[in-house]
Design a protein around this ligand. Structure first.
Ligand code: BGP
Length: 482
């Protein structure tokens, strides 16, 4: 069922992949100050977002004493030619990557961009085009110049809007002839779960309560996104610019109406970001939710018109798992991607406890398409696992192939259901640092990177079994999934 022009590929993010943190005039992002904590030393479910202002300052003052993996990523900065060649051999039609804001505007406040930074991404795009691979660029995938975190508490401040729009206008002006597909914010809803990682802000520094602070930051991001979309539409009509959320397909735990209602509310909140970015206004239920939960937002002047004028061309999302919702608080939870869920007894789970649910992907594709009738793009999906590099350089990741196969079948069925799907970029096509723990232990790639959690290793690349499998999938346009 896959259309001829279906965009098969893989996805990455600069903070987790690029490295080269002190080269080419790059400034630092807030993620450059997140340290790796070994499993033994983690407190409870401690993850990368659990950084307080105090702890951040300690790390900043004693940088050399900490293991800071995002600074290394998988060293794409020095391996991009090799990696792109490997992607081309797999048959990639598209490659999702993000640009490091701090590589172009080291503090965020400069008037003009860093020429070396601009050149690096030109080189990457040229290399991709050499092989006929279309870049899909996320303008911001979690990384903010850390200077803006320190000076303004990140996205809590309205000032971020103009700095960001200056940066995104640069991106459009500079790369519009090389990049057709854009996403403004990675998983814009993630701020509700990981405010430091997503929005570069410390909730405890805000005068507002937690939810107000998060929705305030989101309001600023939604405005910044809409202004960017408007500018792209005016100056680069050949481009397609999309919204992205972390899709949390959720099921009610039982058919008890209170569970179904709780589930409906979670779903409404998850999709509300598409409501705003695709339809151009805050839905009434969200405004009521603000009212009922003591969420106070200072709306930007003229925000209604700004949102109306900046609606997106397509909807992108990540999908790793589904969730189970109950109206009763305090039930046992399994870990999840960004949020925790009740355990779904009908699903197998990954080593990290994420419920594997390919049927949920078909449901989600249908649900989103029915609601918005806009083209969709799955820009993240995949299985995080501990891979073993054998003596002969092979990696037998059958578990990953099984996961991907079932999700691709679900996409196929959804296309048959009538969903318009532009493409599929599975997450972490080359191994990279995880978002949850800044580790290299949890891998997603078709290509193995020889590096550990401490930066030991050659950083050499090895083809996993899934590499050869995905090559066949692409060659056959999704027909050969064996
Ligand atoms: C998404 C993020 C990615 C990515 C992925 C997998 O939420 O957009 O950056 O890392 O999750 O999560 P993790 O790396 O924690 O396994």
């Amino acid at each position: 069922m896959f259309p001829k022009e279906f965009l098969w590929g893989g996805a990455t993010a600069s903070a987790q992949y690029e490295g080269g943190f002190d080269e080419g005039g790059r400034g630092k992002s807030q993620l450059d100050f997140i340290d790796f904590i070994s499993v033994e030393k983690r407190i409870g479910n401690q993850c990368t977002d659990d950084v307080s202002w105090e702890r951040y300052k300690t790390i900043r003052e004693n940088e050399s004493e900490y293991n800071l993996p995002y600074r290394r990523g998988a060293d794409f900065y020095h391996h991009y030619k090799e990696d792109i060649k490997l992607m081309a051999e797999m048959g990639f039609k598209v490659f999702r990557m993000s640009i490091s804001w701090a590589r172009l505007y080291p503090t965020g406040e400069e008037e003009t961009p860093n020429p070396e930074g601009l050149k690096f991404y030109h080189d990457v795009f040229d290399e991709l085009h050499k092989y006929g691979i279309e870049p899909l660029v996320t303008m911001i995938h979690y990384e903010n110049p850390v200077h803006l975190t320190e000076k303004f508490n990140g996205w809590e401040s309205q000032k971020m809007i103009s700095y960001f729009v200056k940066y995104t206008k640069t991106l459009i002006d500079e790369y519009k002839d090389k990049v057709k597909y854009w996403i403004t914010f990675n998983e814009i809803n993630a701020t509700l779960c990981t405010p430091f990682v997503s929005s570069g802000m410390f909730v405890e520094k805000s005068q507002k309560n937690k939810l107000s602070c998060e929705y305030q930051a989101l309001h600023h991001q939604l405005i910044a996104s809409a202004l960017t979309v408007k500018y792209a539409h005016e100056t680069a009509p050949q481009c397609m610019i999309g919204a992205m959320i972390a899709r949390l397909e959720c099921y009610a735990e039982t058919c008890k109406p209170t569970d179904v209602l709780a589930n409906m509310i979670d779903d409404q909140i998850n999709l509300s970001f598409f409501d705003i970015m695709a339809r151009g206004s805050y839905p009434k239920f969200l405004l009521n939710y603000f009212r009922d939960n003591d969420i106070i937002i200072d709306f930007v002047d003229n925000y209604e018109q700004i949102l109306k004028e900046g609606t997106v061309d397509y909807l992108a999302f990540s999908y790793y798992m589904s969730y189970v919702v109950s109206a009763e608080p305090g039930k046992a939870e399994a870990p999840g991607n960004l949020v925790k869920s009740l355990v779904n007894p009908y699903l197998k789970q990954t080593e990290w406890g994420w419920g594997i649910d390919p049927i949920g992907l078909r449901i989600t594709l249908n649900r989103i398409y029915d609601k918005y009738q806009l083209p969709l793009f799955i820009v993240e999906n995949g299985l995080g696992a501990k891979d073993v590099l054998e003596e002969d350089g092979s990696v037998h990741d059958t578990y990953r192939i099984d996961y991907l196969r079932e999700h691709i079948k679900a996409m196929d069925k959804a296309i048959d259901d009538g969903v318009e799907l532009l493409g599929y970029t599975s997450w972490g096509c080359v191994d990279l640092c995880s978002a949850s723990f800044a580790d290299m232990t949890k891998r997603y790639g078709y290509i193995y990177v020889d590096a550990d959690d401490y930066g030991n290793g050659t950083y050499n690349r090895y083809k996993k079994d899934s590499y050869y499998w995905y090559k066949k999938v692409i060659e056959s346009n999704g027909k050969d999934l064996d």
